[in-house]
Write a protein that binds this ligand. Structure first.
Ligand code: AMP
Length: 166
């Protein structure tokens, strides 16, 4: 099996045993043998940002290597979300057992109805940039041409608390 591509994936949960949901989600990604985990950030307790009236999340970011193409990887993320019991129809930005977002895939820039790369909100979210900086602060956003570290430094902490838990 070849693993020529590098991708960063954001993992989150704010329902049930959130930490366990995230860890099981990461394990499930590797089950088919075509994705391997290279690095995992610390786990963080994070304030909800879009729909405020819900419980705090647990979030982390992983770096994976894979032979899947971007849409193949997205389909895998969606299948793992479904396995975790997440309904297809639900409130946008609302509570979720498991949320897996594809942040960056090599240096690919893509506007597809199913997939936007880099992830369109990656640069505005502390709960993504803080863990991303744990594992690769120098990784460059291919549209904004700025490092993860530089993007994080531009963000206000107000309303976007991110607290390391593990
Ligand atoms: P969400 O509810 O925030 O997890 O968004 C899920 C929807 O966003 C799905 O319909 C995906 O096809 C779409 N989507 C677009 N770009 C991405 C991305 N980079 N990562 C994950 N989902 C994406």
């Amino acid at each position: 099996m070849a693993y020529p591509h590098r991708a960063f994936i954001s993992i989150g949960s704010n329902l049930g045993d959130k930490l366990d949901n995230c860890l099981r989600g990461i394990d499930a990604l590797t089950a088919a043998g075509d994705i391997r985990i290279r690095r995992r950030s610390a786990m963080y307790r994070t304030e909800p940002v879009d729909f405020k009236d819900q419980d705090w999340f647990v979030n982390c970011v992983i770096l994976v290597e894979t032979g899947l193409d971007p849409l193949g990887l997205l389909e895998r993320l969606q299948s793992v979300q479904r396995q975790a019991g997440r309904p297809v129809e639900r409130l946008r930005f609302g509570p979720r057992v498991l949320d897996l977002d594809l942040l960056l895939y090599d240096g690919v820039i893509l506007e597809d109805p199913r997939l936007t790369l880099p992830h369109p909100r990656l640069h505005r979210r502390r709960f993504v940039l803080k863990p991303l900086c744990d594992i690769d602060p120098d990784t460059v956003h291919p549209v904004l041409n700025q490092t993860a570290q530089a993007l994080l430094a531009e963000l206000e902490e107000e309303g976007q608390q991110v607290v390391e838990i593990e």
